[in-house]
Write a new protein. Sequence first.
Length: 538
Amino acid sequence: MKTFKYIFAFCLMIVASGAFAQGLDGIVVEKYYSTDAADAANATSNGAITPLPAGSTVYRVYVDMAAGYKFSQLYGTVAHNLTVNSTSNFYNDPSYGVAVNPGTISLVNIRKNTAMIDSWFTTGGAASTKAGVLKSQDTDGTLGNQQNILANNAGGCFGLPINGASGQDGLVPSTASTSVAPNSLGLGTATDVLDQTAGNSIVISNGSIAALGGVVGATASNMVLIGQFTTSGQLSFALNVQIVNIGTGIAENYVSSNPVSGELTHPTLTLVPNVAPTVSISSPANNASIITGTATTISANANDANGTVTSVQFFVDGLSIGTDNSSPFTANYVAVAGAHTIYAIATDNDCSTATSSTINISVANNQAPTVVLTAPTSAVVGASITFSANANDVDGSVAQVEFFVNNVSVGVDNSSPFSVNYIATLGSGQAVKAVATDNLGLTTTSNIVTLNVLANVPPTVSLTAPLSGSSYVAPAVITISANANDPDGTVTQVEFFVNNVSVNVDNTAPYTYDWTSTPGLKVFTAKATDSNAAVTTS
C-alpha cells in the first residue's frame, strides 16, 4: 500500500446546518489513453518504478459540479478513508515526477518519455494557461493538441483523439479563477502522493489534496481534473470531495459512504472494479468438418456480470472476420479449405475484454454420397415390387434418391429409408439403378440390378369334393373342397359356386366350404385368383 504524503494542511470546512442546494453532479472517469509498445519501451529505458505493459489504461478522474460551485479539496479521515486501488500496480514515471519544480519542466520534456501518462493527483491540472478537460470537449483542435503520445482512441473506448498544431498534451486554456494556484499537472510535489514506490493501493486517512481558494472547471461543464491513474488492472476508488458554493461560501462535504450529520454522499464517489465479460464459441462445434465454400455462421455466447456486452469480434486464424454489436452475436464465414482456428473477443461497456477458448475446424472439398440398390431380379407382369436403397453422406446429408428402370425415372424418395414401388412391365434384362444426391448437389449412381419380368402364369384349381355323381337327401351339409396352386405367384382366394351362384370365398388353404343342400341337380365349380389377378375356373 502506498503511504500518503499530504500536500496541504488538512482543514475541512464545516457545512452549515439547514437545507441547501447540492452542487455535486458526480465523479466522471475518462479512459484517456491506451499505452502501446513504444510507451512500454520508454518506461523500461527510463527506469520506471513499475513496468508499463502495452495496453495499460490511463484513467482521468474529474469532479463534475453544478454552475456556481468550485472544487476545494479531496480528503480522507479516519471515519472516511480516501482510497484508490487497482488490481495491478499503478505506473510511476521517475524521470520528471519526483521533487521537481513543475515550472522547470519544459513542454518538450513533458511530451517526452512517459511523463504524461504518469499516475498523480492534481487540483485542476493547470499549467502554462492550460487545464485538463475531457477529450470530448476539445474535438476541433483549437484548445489543445496531442503530440507524440495520448493521441489514440483505442477503438472508441478512450474518447476522441485531440488534434491541433500547438499547445500542451491533453490540456486546454484554463478558465479557472486567477486567484487560485492549482497543482501543476500533478507533477512535482503532487506526485509524491504516490511516493514513487511500487504498489496498487493509495489510502488517505488524515490529509487532503487542496486547491487553495478553490478552482472551477475549464469549460461550461464545470469539471475539474483531480487525478490521473495508469494501470494494466481494473481501477476502483472511494473518494471524499469538498466543493464550495461560490455565492454563499458554504462548503459541501461529500463522502463515499455512511454520511453523518453535515455530510452528503453521491453514488459515483465509489467505483468498484469492473468484471470482464465472458465469451464462448457456441457454433460450429469444436473439430467440426465443413465443406469448402460453405457459408458458415459462427456464433458466440457472451455475458457481462456488472454491465453489458457492447461487441463481440470474431477471428479465424487470428484475422478478424467481423464484429457484432448486439445479441445474438454472430459472424458469417465462407469456409476455405484447410485446418482453421476460431475464437472471439467480447468487449463490455467499460471496454474490458475477454477472449474465448479456441475451437478447431477442418474444411475440405465435398465428398459424394454412397448408395447401394436392393431390387428383385424377377417378377411377373403387373406385380407391385419395391426398389430400395441404402444411401449415406459422410460430410453432409442425402437430399434424395431417384430410381430408374432402363434409365427412365420411376420415382424419387427424399427421406430415409429410400424406396419406391414399381408395377412390373413385361421384359427381360431390365436395368434398375438408383442415383443419390447430397445436400450440396453431388450425385452417385448405385450398382445395377437386372430385372426379368415375365407374363403371368394363371393358377390351377380342381374340385376334390363332393365327388361327381354323389347323391344327398336335402337338406344335407355338403363339404366343397378344392386344390389351388400358382407356379409364379400365390393364390389369393378360391371362390365356390353352386349352379354358377357364388356361395363362399376362402382366402387360405386348405380351401373348403360346408354348404347346406337344397333339392335338385347341382353343379359345383371353383375359381382360383392369383397374386397377379389371373383367374382359373375348375
